[in-house]
Design a protein around this ligand. Structure first.
Ligand SMILES: Nc1ncnc2c1ncn2[C@@H]1O[C@H](COP(=O)(O)OP(=O)(O)OP(=O)(O)O)[C@@H](O)[C@H]1O
Ligand SMILES: [Mg+2]
Length: 254
């Protein structure tokens, strides 16, 4: 048997335009198994678009996206659907079903993709809620929960199928600083206890530095800088410096 490659996700020279607007321009990045990579960048730079390429919701105009060595950018829809069960994704839009209880929300992927019995589903949902420190709220409706709790129920749903890869799009947006920190801690904890490869998008640098093994900055359609939080913070790249400091004046806004 050959050793599995250390690289879990590889984007190679990806280009993507929507009409005349080019969003990704020769973007390449390799993400290792069990690594936690945070992609940062300004609004509208293509962070969500990048994540959607990783999960195969968008296809590159040019270039390739590999997950576990398999090119998902040209996988047939059926195979892609099956492949997606390896991913747990928490979307920027939240996307809980408001008409369903917390239990039914988390059970949804289990009913759809597994043959688990009702008892097995009950116990898996309870486990997932425990992982996000929300035990016992199965019968609540999403509308009864605070924003932070809803976010965590979204995480519980994302991990229900025991994914190898977790993707978080703006997991702390709209949360107060204390709660952002709680959610960041939770992502670190999930990444460690579940041993997942984790890709997170955020523009909150505090969150980024907390959860990242590696921070990568998206600018002009490509990764312009990447490194450990310590190295990233010391980057001499003026674009990175302006972003970290949140300054209005600089190359990002010229
Ligand atoms: N399906 C689509 N059709 C057309 N344009 C799109 C589509 N998806 C994204 N875009 C455009 O691509 C650009 C990048 O979008 P994206 O959502 O990736 O930005 P982002 O970096 O995630 O921004 P934010 O921080 O605001 O979430 C935007 O100009 C957006 O309007
Ligand atoms: Mg986005």
């Amino acid at each position: 048997m050959t050793e599995p490659s250390a690289v879990a996700i590889s984007m190679q020279h990806v280009y993507k335009s929507f009409g005349p607007k080019e969003v990704l321009h020769d973007l390449s990045i390799d993400i290792e198994r069990n690594e936690s990579v945070v992609i940062v960048g300004g609004s509208g730079t293509g962070k969500s678009v990048t994540l959607k390429h990783i999960i195969g919701l968008l296809k590159p105009d040019r270039g390739e996206v590999y997950v576990d060595g398999k090119e998902i950018s040209d996988m047939p829809p059926r195979e892609l659907n099956r492949f997606r069960t390896r991913f747990g994704m928490s979307f920027q839009e939240g996307a809980l079903f408001d008409s369903m209880s917390v239990f039914e929300n988390i059970a949804f992927p289990l009913r759809r993709h597994t043959e688990m019995t009702e008892d097995e589903i009950r116990s898996r949902v309870a486990e997932c809620l425990e992982q996000v420190h929300l035990s016992g709220i199965e019968e609540k409706r999403p509308s009864e929960l605070s924003g932070g709790m809803r976010r965590r129920v979204g995480f519980a749903r994302a991990i229900s199928l025991k994914p190898e890869i977790l993707l978080f799009d703006e997991p702390t947006t709209g949360l107060d600083p204390v709660f952002s920190d709680v959610v960041a801690d939770l992502i670190v904890e999930m990444d460690q206890t579940l041993k997942t490869t984790t890709v997170t998008i955020t523009h909150d640098m505090k969150v980024a530095f907390k959860i990242a093994d590696r921070v990568a900055m998206l600018y002009g359609g490509a990764i312009v800088e990447q490194g450990s939080p310590a190295d990233f913070q010391q980057s001499k790249n003026p674009i990175v410096q302006q972003f970290i400091e949140g300054r209005a004046k600089g190359p990002l806004t010229d």
